[in-house]
Design a protein around this ligand. Sequence first.
Ligand code: ZN
Length: 372
Amino acid sequence: MRLRISPRSVSKALFTANTRAAASPPFSSAVQELASFLRDGNPNITVLTGAGCSTDSAIPDYRGENGSYTLNPDYKPVFYQAFVASDDSRRRYWARSFLGYPPVKTTAPNPTHYALAALQTPSLFEMPPIQTTPRENEVQHHQDPPPTQGTQPGFIRTLTTQNVDGLHQRAGSSNVTELHGTLHQVKCMSCGQVQDRSDFQEVLADRNPEWNQLLQSESTSGLYSRMNADGDVELRSPDHHNGHLHYNTFNYPTCFNCGSGHYKPSVVFFGENIPVSVKEISTQAILESNGLLVVGSTLSTYSAFRLVKLAKDSGIPIAILNLGPTRGDHLAHLRYDMGSSQLLMAVAHELGLTNIPGEIKHRKRVLNAVGS
Ligand SMILES: [Zn+2]
């Protein structure tokens, strides 16, 4: 009689570990494979990035499936319809955003952002040749001219991101399409006038001296209220700072241009559609590419998943680099279940790119963010 082993008798942890080991090669093989993938697609790779890219910059991966917040399930995000219709919702949003924006504004890119920027523009971080002045009486030998700078072609042509933090552009990436918009702009919902978010912050500070005082005290103490990735902040107990400070006291302006419209951050809220033009640009980027590299996204949002599906349907090779499972794993030709900073930096080195800034920081926090 043959012994039959029921799947129930295999520990779930062991099963998961084996599945992951089979799906993701050892680090050194991953470096070689991904470097080949980029060489083969050169210079026409499209990159699709998600929140996992920014966790090394300590911006939490907050947007779970179905619009839930993974780090703080009790937190209720502002929905588009509520923001449009309700003064109360707008006060609540802007109060939290007022406190949450300064740390977002000053967040630095991490090695993932820098490596992707270098893979797109290899000359970006090249050191300028050192200029030396010959000393007097020093014999001057003939020297070969320094190697020509900035002639190596890049591997990446376009980058589409689900992130709203602007860190790819800050690291030096170009041709960036922001699927969910950007936190660094506000736009009038009536006439479409755009304001820089930093300028808008100053307007909010002028109109809300008490809130500004709270913000200053947070800056001084370094104790920020809890921040979510869209710039919202979980206020601590009002008693902690000021018993009568409540978001319904927060004052926000009408549009400086039309005088009646209200500003909204240029991010796509839950319940809001992605602009058609952005959809078209991101679609075209996939169709014109020789390969799609997904970095730091679970692809749980359909706007991102559909691009991977489009690549698959169009016969475009797909590589997915994400710590943890993704919705597109079954569509990927190459799959790496690991953090992006270390692997992308090693791949960039493998492809001859050096002097890429940034060290991996906030490691502990990153591991916490993914529940390890
Ligand atoms: Zn307006």
